[in-house]
Write a protein that binds this ligand. Structure first.
Ligand SMILES: Cc1cc2nc3c(=O)[nH]c(=O)nc-3n(C[C@H](O)[C@H](O)[C@H](O)COP(=O)(O)OP(=O)(O)OC[C@H]3O[C@@H](n4cnc5c(N)ncnc54)[C@H](O)[C@@H]3O)c2cc1C
Length: 379
């Protein structure tokens, strides 16, 4: 078992880290305060060729593995949780399902521009009345000749206001339960598609989170992803990969918060010496390092298993549960190490803290991860 990242992964990580430090870190708080989605950063990420890391080269991606994708997501999280969230929603949720379940024509038309970074993707499962119990959805797609007509409301959809395509889950057969759900590729320019709300949130405000309404949205039958009734099994597969990306993003948030606290504790003096020399502060920083390392190990294990084709139901849930908790705890301690300054927006820990909280909610709450792991353990 080798715990070192392969050379190619280290090279791309270093390139992305340099970009993050030069281009993202200086504006990370500003875009948060302004609630501004930084289009220019995503264009540059496209030029760096990382908007389709785990998508095959045939369809404009980098052809990297899930481990490489996790490394990139972690680097983005280390400087901006919001950019990281929009990035993983675009990749794991908006792009990957088209590669996994789409036809060659759909991949050429919809996946290629996403993977190349020319367009942005989104994925719409959650509704106002159904989140954890997501299959209990009200959105319907009724067949009408060679078209489907979609009606319903989707809630908390990352990127919907800036996306060029949205993968929408809808009921095609109300009698068939899990087997009655299908996925459609919807173009936000389609008549009847509307972004009803862009939410103000406690964090991640540079990443738009939207309510969308679908009012008699007509899509041709070739916008059905996979076969009718396959939408729920696609969802499960998509979320397994998605959870690894949230774990990676969480590891990045933890790493960013840890680094900020370590640096500050070495510089800040009280009682005539650096605060890092006080046992209580040193122990906090050591524990931040320990939790971050643990989160990264679980994330890389799940990513490697995914790449090996193993069943990652338990591993991805474990990684997501642990890393999201680690991110929140480490960020909270980073605020504490910074004292009063940690409570101001002049220092990054408060941002990591607010951003980290979502990681315990999105793509399945921590309670749902416990449920999944418990089932896997036969409990
Ligand atoms: C910033 C942000 C971005 C998001 N992006 C997307 C996106 O791009 N696409 C998308 O489709 N969705 C997205 N979501 C939605 C997200 O996945 C859901 O919010 C999440 O799954 C929880 O659903 P809910 O909000 O309806 O909470 P609920 O399901 O109502 O849960 C409320 C509470 O009850 C608990 N609970 C529920 N059921 C159980 C149970 N069986 N056992 C124990 N506890 C339970 C939950 O853990 C939680 O604590 C996003 C949400 C946010 C906030």
């Amino acid at each position: 078992m080798n715990f070192d990242l392969p050379a190619e992964h280290r090279m791309i990580r270093d390139q992305v880290r340099e970009f993050c430090e030069e281009e993202i870190a200086p504006i990370a708080q500003e875009i948060e305060d302004e609630h501004r989605f930084p289009e220019e950063i995503f264009e540059q990420l496209g030029q760096l060729d990382v908007m389709g890391v785990p998508i095959s080269e045939e369809y404009g991606g980098l052809g990297g593995d899930t481990l490489l994708y996790s490394v990139v997501a972690e680097e983005l999280g280390r400087v901006s949780g919001g950019i990281g969230l929009s990035y993983v929603a675009h990749t794991s949720l908006g792009s990957k399902p088209i590669e996994l379940f789409g036809t060659d024509e759909q991949k050429a038309e919809w996946l290629r521009p996403l993977a190349a970074g020319d367009e942005l993707g989104a994925w719409a499962l959650t509704e106002p009345g159904s989140g954890s119990d997501a299959s209990d959805m009200d959105t319907v797609a009724e067949r009408d000749g060679d078209e489907y007509v979609l009606n319903g409301t989707k809630q908390f959809i990352t990127n919907a206001s800036v996306a060029n395509s949205v993968l929408v889950k809808a009921v095609t057969d109300p009698e068939a339960g899990y087997d009655g759900i299908s996925t459609f590729i919807v173009d936000p320019d389609d008549d009847g598609f509307e972004v009803a709300t862009v939410w103000d949130k406690m964090g991640l405000n540079c990443s738009p989170t939207c309510e969308i309404s679908l009012d008699d949205v007509r899509v041709p039958e070739d916008r059905l992803l996979g076969a009718e009734g396959e939408g729920w099994t696609q969802t499960m597969k998509t979320l397994e990969g998605g959870r690894i990306s949230i774990a990676a993003l969480s590891t990045g948030l933890a790493q960013g918060a840890y680094e900020a606290a370590k640096e500050y504790s070495g510089e800040r003096e009280q009682f005539g010496k650096p605060i890092s020399t006080f046992d209580a502060v040193r122990d906090m920083v050591v524990d931040m390092h320990r939790k971050t390392e643990r989160a990264r190990l679980l994330t890389h294990k799940a990513a490697t298993m995914y790449d090996d084709g193993d069943d990652v139901t338990r591993a991805s849930a474990l990684a997501k549960l642990d890393a999201s908790e680690a991110a929140r705890e480490v960020a909270e301690d980073a605020v504490q190490v910074h004292g009063g300054y940690g409570y101001t927006t002049d220092f990054p820990p408060q941002r990591f803290y607010r951003d980290a909280k979502l990681m315990e909610i999105g793509e399945g709450t921590s309670e749902i991860q416990h449920l999944i792991i418990g089932r896997q353990l036969g409990l």
